[in-house]
Design a protein around this ligand. Structure first.
Ligand code: HEC
Length: 105
């Protein structure tokens, strides 16, 4: 009988770590959720959100000529006012950029 809770916990933790390590590739649908929840208060995000001349829409950001990945990444790591610093993780930023790139097609 293997009902030792320590073994069960170890198996659970291994499954958790393996699950997390397979999630390293960017996930545009997760990015879309983040954008809808966090960015649409100020940005126009594909159909919803606040449209304004002084705040670029996500459709505008989809152009890699104007907004290359490095610009988006740099900005999201360290935005400056009036945009607040949302302290996004590296993964959040990758997912948001992946989502933005789907809008350009
Ligand atoms: C509280 C309002 C607010 C929220 C929330 C917000 N932004 Fe912004 N954002 C702004 C404003 C205002 C600007 C324009 C800043 C400027 O041009 O100086 C801006 C500019 C940007 C830019 C352009 C940067 C550049 O290089 O010109 C990007 C990209 C951007 N936001 C992405 C995002 C993303 C992604 C989110 C959600 C995770 C987000 N923003 C959430 C207000 C906001």
């Amino acid at each position: 009988m293997n009902r030792n809770p320590v073994n069960w916990l170890a198996a659970f933790l291994i499954a958790l770590v393996m699950g997390a390590s397979t999630a390293v590739s960017a996930d545009a649908s997760q990015g879309q959720k983040l954008a809808t929840d966090w960015c649409s208060a100020c940005h126009f995000v594909n159909g919803t959100g606040q449209a304004s001349d002084s705040v670029p829409s996500f459709g505008q950001m989809a152009s890699p000529a104007t907004y290359p990945d490095a610009r988006l990444r740099g900005w999201l790591h360290a935005p400056h006012p009036p945009m607040p610093d949302l302290t996004l993780s590296r993964y959040d930023i990758d997912n948001i950029i992946a989502y933005i790139r789907t809008l350009g097609r």
